[in-house]
Design a binder for this molecule. Structure first.
Ligand SMILES: Cc1cc2nc3c(=O)[nH]c(=O)nc-3n(C[C@H](O)[C@H](O)[C@H](O)COP(=O)(O)OP(=O)(O)OC[C@H]3O[C@@H](n4cnc5c(N)ncnc54)[C@H](O)[C@@H]3O)c2cc1C
Length: 321
């Protein structure tokens, strides 16, 4: 029987990787096993030392000729070959957009399961298997899942776990070389993201426009409010998916945001939208319909026409700045 042992973490985003390592440290101590992580590229001492501080015992620098940008297919091969060789029991992958694509490909290739978007992870004391907790029904319920096949793969969205420095410590650096992998996808052009999506997950203040905003040009009003509050503008799904004004949106099928302040302007508060703002500390709703569901989720509600309320808010904020 194949023996699987240890915890392996990967994210193409170093910040997310340190969050995974902090949780991975806890899990590996419970399993009394080693915690490793994968970094794609040449060994860099500073990077390895940082990752040891966050709990890694082993940093695997995995490389292959000609790999110089993220490609899910190529990275999947790099991780697949490394996992096949090292046989970790648990694989944690950062649930970024890229990480989610990678994890599902990897699970298929390894013929194992993948618990997606876990908000908690633990080891079952009796069976020793990884238990993942996931949100269900747009955040109304949680489900605990286990993966019956090995390795047990789980993806974890950014900022679910706090990154913790374990202390100055040393570990092993291992270089892994994989034979050249040829991507089947050729990137022809790279463009900057449009307004409404760039770094919205990291924004401290988010001003979100919904179908109550009558035109794309009217989003300028929301931009002015966001600028006054040093925040960013986002939108509900119809503004992007239906109207095509933007490329991304906030909500269950879009970005999950974590701002200190969220201001919804002309957003009704559908359950799928609210699933994206559950981590907002303060929710303000501006809506002309006093019965709009968003008011039940809001800390502060303003019943009124956003075309009057938003300019008045900007003026008042500027006056009191
Ligand atoms: C599988 C699935 C996934 C989905 N995922 C998402 C998601 O991730 N994110 C998301 O946002 N949606 C998502 N949706 C769509 C969601 O169900 C709603 O349709 C959508 O959120 C509604 O967007 P809205 O609030 O902008 O528009 P509406 O529901 O049309 O609301 C517009 C609001 O604006 C108010 N209003 C109108 N004029 C003014 C004015 N002048 N001043 C003030 N208020 C005004 C109205 O009273 C109304 O409440 C999903 C749906 C499905 C089925």
């Amino acid at each position: 029987m194949v023996q699987y042992e240890g915890v392996l973490a990967f994210s193409e985003d170093e910040k997310v990787l340190t969050e995974l390592l902090s949780k991975g440290r806890e899990l590996s101590e419970k399993k009394m096993a080693k915690l490793s992580c994968i970094v794609v590229g040449k060994p860099i001492e500073d990077v390895a030392n940082r990752l040891f501080e966050f709990g890694a015992d082993v940093v695997l620098f995995v490389r292959s000729e000609g790999v110089n940008r993220f490609d899910a297919e190529v990275y999947c091969t790099l991780l697949f070959e490394t996992i096949k060789e090292r046989k970790p029991e648990i694989v944690l992958i950062g649930g970024t957009k890229r990480g989610k694509e990678l994890a599902s490909r990897l699970a298929t290739r390894l013929q194992t399961g993948c618990m997606a978007d876990c908000i908690a992870l633990d080891i079952d004391e009796q069976t020793g298997v990884l238990v993942g907790t996931r949100l269900m029904y747009a955040g109304k319920a949680t489900a605990k899942e286990i993966c019956k096949t090995y390795p047990q793969i789980a993806t974890v969205p950014p900022r679910v776990f706090e990154k913790k420095i374990v202390g100055p410590r040393k570990g092993d650096v291992v270089e892994v070389t994989i034979p050249e992998v040829h991507p089947r996808v050729k990137v022809k052009e790279i463009r900057r993201k449009e307004m409404g999506a760039a770094n919205i997950e990291d924004a401290n203040v988010v001003v979100c426009g919904g179908r109550g905003v009558r035109s794309k040009e009217d989003f300028k009003l929301l931009e002015d409010l966001a600028m006054t509050l040093k925040g960013q503008v986002g939108c509900s799904r119809p503004m992007a998916a239906d109207l095509g004004w933007f490329t991304e949106w906030i909500g269950l099928s879009g970005h999950k945001i974590h701002p200190t302040l969220y201001i919804g302007c002309g957003v009704s508060g559908a359950i799928q939208h609210l699933a994206g703002i559950t981590d907002a500390r303060i929710v303000v709703a501006i809506n002309s319909n006093p019965d709009a569901p968003i008011f039940s989720a809001a800390d502060y509600g303003i019943v009124g026409d956003l075309y009057q309320v938003v300019p008045a808010l900007i003026e008042s904020l500027k006056k009191n700045a």
